[in-house]
Design a protein around this ligand. Structure first.
Ligand SMILES: Cc1cc2nc3c(=O)[nH]c(=O)nc-3n(C[C@H](O)[C@H](O)[C@H](O)COP(=O)(O)OP(=O)(O)OC[C@H]3O[C@@H](n4cnc5c(N)ncnc54)[C@H](O)[C@@H]3O)c2cc1C
Length: 526
């Protein structure tokens, strides 16, 4: 085996958080970073794929939080990289709710049901908060309601709770950045923004990232010249960490060493056994990791020979009210194509695509079955809504975020009632291991901007720690230098300067990230 490659910092994962952390470090003079990415691409959960002749976003599709008192940093990046986005208005979705006989529910009933569902959600939250304040047991309050809901209630409940709820109330994204959402509608994909960001600090040529510090499979598996023996993705499988540094072993037997590590893998990966920690992570860390929920959110793309669904302003989204909660409920006209928008129609004429969103249990269920079965189910739902004569879909794309071992889900969801300790434990470092990723963002977990800001914050925290370590090292060297005459007098002349330095090292206190004292290795974790 070659001798291990050594650097100041290893970053595991080249999603938005890992790349943002790398940028902070490199811009501040820490040039010798190594980024290990398991897959054949950067971007992680920001991921486009060609389908039906266009490029679709399998992962993040929206910039959430626009139009508020502050500029969403991801919108800022998007503007700087000339990413094309369009305003996305969900507010009309609830007026296009179809029952199983193809009838649209009347507005009055929709308004009434919507109001009732919102009120019941608010009451539940208030009840939880009261119970929490009183130190009560609130486990049964979070259980699904026992009373049978009607299909329309289930459809509205689904869009209120499962569809897009990666944050706990109050929703900081909306408070800080505004309540509007912009859909990325760019053939280069959302990931173009990341390439542009990475370009500032990593070497690129002809639009490709060629920097040797970024280690991933540079030839996509689908490409004819792909040789799995030559240029493997760097799947981290074991992580040894101590007071003096970290060592990483990858699946293909490479070894990397560094003074510090930033781990940006998802909460789902941390909950899985993909990476072995040696010594194991302390209990406060593993408990926080296990406590965090993972949402599975799946956008299924269907390509048709022609459009058979209604088009026009306010009809970009429609719901299917079924007696099974979350069963092919939320539909939209193809994510980055929106043929009903005049300007998009001109850009991508005739995409003829629909997207249906499934979550959690339903996502896992369809991941486990064949795409043909999923296609049949989706077609049956569409026939209920639009009649038996609609054309068969020509193709289907079913992303599998849950079964992807480098993701194990779509995004984190903090427990409804999460105390400060939980939030701190999720992100606090363990000795020389720093944790980042959307799940470590106290205010914006779940979102692209959460990942981006978490990466920046972790990068800065590590810089601070490196500075402190430098100060500690020079202090102990000075002390050793001052001690030399004393040691000579006491006859300990055989003691070398290094021995003197190491004998002076004191036990360093337990880390305290949030108080601004980013600490160093703990000997005893629990
Ligand atoms: C379907 C879907 C829809 C979404 N929609 C939106 C949206 O509209 N708007 C929004 O703001 N957010 C959305 N999100 C969430 C958003 O995509 C994420 O919050 C964000 O991209 C997470 O970035 P990250 O850097 O924390 O993690 P990731 O992007 O997951 O990066 C982690 C990286 O680590 C790599 N990795 C994992 N294990 C290993 C290993 N053992 N060794 C080496 N590398 C490893 C992974 O391959 C990955 O590249 C969505 C996510 C999904 C899946």
């Amino acid at each position: 085996m070659d001798s291990p490659s050594s650097s100041s910092v290893i970053i595991v994962g080249a999603g938005v958080s890992g790349l943002s952390a790398a940028k902070v470090l490199i811009e501040n003079g820490v040039e010798d970073v190594v980024i290990l990415e398991a897959s054949d691409r950067i971007g992680g959960r920001i991921r486009k794929q060609d389908f039906g002749g266009v490029s679709v976003e399998l992962g993040a599709g929206w910039i959430v939080g626009v139009g508020g008192r502050e500029l969403n940093p991801v919108l800022d990046l998007a503007l700087k990289s000339n990413l094309r986005t369009i305003f996305s208005d969900y507010s009309n979705a609830r007026y296009n709710i179809y029952d199983r006989s193809g009838k649209i529910f009347p507005r009055g009933l929709v308004e009434e049901t919507y109001k009732k569902e919102v009120e019941s959600a608010v009451q539940k939250l208030q009840k939880l908060k009261k119970l929490e304040a009183g130190g009560g047991d609130f486990s049964n309050v979070t259980e699904p309601p026992t009373t049978q809901k009607t299909p329309i209630e289930l459809a509205i409940d689904f869009t209120l709770h499962d569809f897009e709820m990666p944050e706990v109330e109050p929703i900081s994204t909306f408070l800080d950045y505004g309540e509007r959402e912009f859909l990325v509608a760019d053939e280069r994909g959302y990931e173009h923004m990341l390439y542009k960001m990475a370009e500032d600090v990593l070497f690129t040529s002809e639009g490709k990232l060629l920097d040797s510090r970024l280690k991933f499979n540079k030839v996509p598996e689908s490409h004819p010249s792909h040789d799995s023996k030559l240029d493997l993705g760097q799947v981290v499988r074991e992580l040894q960490h101590s007071r003096s540094g970290v060592t990483v072993m990858t699946e293909d037997g490479c070894v990397f060493q560094a003074n510090y590590m930033i781990l940006s893998v998802s909460i789902g990966v941390l909950q899985s056994n993909l990476i072995a920690f040696n010594p194991p992570l302390p209990r406060w860390k593993t408990e926080a990791i296990q406590k965090c929920d993972v949402i599975v959110y799946t956008k299924i793309f269907l390509k048709f020979p022609y459009k058979f669904w209604p088009c026009g302003p306010g009809q970009e989204f429609f719901l299917y009210a079924h007696e099974r909660r979350g069963y092919y409920t939320f539909w939209q006209l193809a994510a980055n194509l929106l043929p009903c928008h005049q300007h998009m129609e001109n850009a991508y004429p005739g995409s003829n695509m629909l997207v249906v969103t499934l979550t959690n249990g339903e996502s896992k269920r369809v991941e486990a079955q064949s795409d043909k079965e999923t296609l049949n189910e989706a077609m049956a739902a569409l026939k209920d809504m639009f009649g038996p004569d609609i054309p068969e879909a020509a193709d289907i794309l079913v992303p599998r975020w849950w079964n992807n071992r480098f993701q194990r889900g779509s995004y984190s969801n903090y427990p409804m009632i999460s105390d400060n300790q939980f939030v701190h434990d999720i992100k606090n470092p363990v000795g020389r291991l720093f944790f980042t990723g959307e799940h470590t963002s106290e205010k914006f977990s779940g979102y692209v901007h959460g990942g981006h800001l978490a990466g920046i914050e972790t990068g800065k925290a590590l810089l601070e720690e490196m500075e402190k370590e430098k100060e500690r090292t020079s202090e102990s060297e000075n002390q050793a230098f001052l001690l030399e005459p004393l040691l000579a007098l006491t006859g300990s002349l055989s003691l070398t300067q290094n021995d003197a330095v190491s004998s002076l090292k004191c036990d360093i206190p337990k880390r305290s990230y949030l108080s601004g004292k980013v600490g160093i290795a703990e000997l005893c974790y629990d």
